[in-house]
Design a protein around this ligand. Structure first.
Ligand code: BEZ
Length: 248
């Protein structure tokens, strides 16, 4: 299971919202628009939407992150994106680095479609096909030594542009643009901090006493691939960025 801790997030994951600026740009938020921020985290990007003059409702599944977003003065609510109860209330929906955590992407897209007014925009970025492939491969090797099949624990959905485009169309959206691209992402701290922040479902699948050894082995496995000569780390992210419009 994945648990978001706002302090850990601020220390090891601030780059997620920092690198979300181009998604806000693609949304092109306009003053007075009603915007739904799907998976707001601690609200760093929600603030940008407010600064653009939008009226924003922000939702997140994590109570701790919603509390952190509320401390910024935002209208943030705990909600499951697959079970939203908004009906035609928003001019646009925005989402950064969240939709790859959703196990039922069609339910999420259907709920967002319902929340938008006809003609409303959905602009989002998520991890795309091939994202953190080296991390997944390393978990495959390290956990196989313990008789654990890593793919069973994989919490992420990293679709191709074609697959996600088809889902958008099937859920009532016209796709205005969709693009899959690699984005090597320098990490602010050790790769083990990244693993403990973002890859908890894999670590939770290992007996408690084994976790420190798994982290050491993961670090050894990843060092030749993601380590930099100066001792830093760069993750092999792939992004899927799209803009779509509610068809009817
Ligand atoms: C992300 O938040 O973008 C992300 C999380 C886990 C794996 C890869 C990407």
């Amino acid at each position: 299971m994945q648990v978001w801790d706002p302090d850990r997030y601020a220390a090891h994951a601030r780059f997620v919202s920092d690198l979300g600026a181009p998604v806000v740009e693609l949304l092109d938020p306009r003053p007075g628009e009603r915007v739904l921020d799907v998976g707001c985290g601690d609200g760093a990007l929600t603030e940008k939407l407010l600064e653009a003059g939008c009226r924003v409702v922000a939702i997140d599944a994590s109570e701790a992150q919603v509390r952190a977003a509320r401390r910024r003065g935002l209208d943030a609510r705990v909600a499951d994106v697959t079970a939203l109860d908004f009906e035609g209330e928003f001019d646009a929906a925005f989402s950064n680095a969240v939709l790859h955590w959703i196990r039922d992407p069609d339910a999420a897209l259907a709920a967002i479609h319902r929340a938008l007014a006809p003609g409303g925009r959905l602009v989002a970025e998520l991890g795309g096909h091939g994202c953190v492939a080296s991390v997944r491969a390393a978990f495959g090797e390290v956990l196989a030594r313990r008789g654990i099949e890593a793919e069973r624990l994989n919490p992420w959905y990293f679709p191709t542009a074609e697959e996600y485009g088809e889902r958008l169309a099937a859920n009532g959206f016209d796709v205005d643009s969709i693009r899959l691209f690699p984005r090597l992402t320098p990490l602010p701290s050790d790769v083990t901090d990244w693993l403990e922040t973002f890859a908890q479902p894999y670590l939770a699948g290992v007996p408690d006493g084994e976790r420190p050894a798994v982290l050491i082995e993961m670090r050894e496995q990843l060092d030749p691939v993601l380590g930099t000569p100066d001792g830093g780390w760069v993750a092999d992210y792939v992004r899927l960025r799209f803009a779509a419009t509610r068809r009817d």
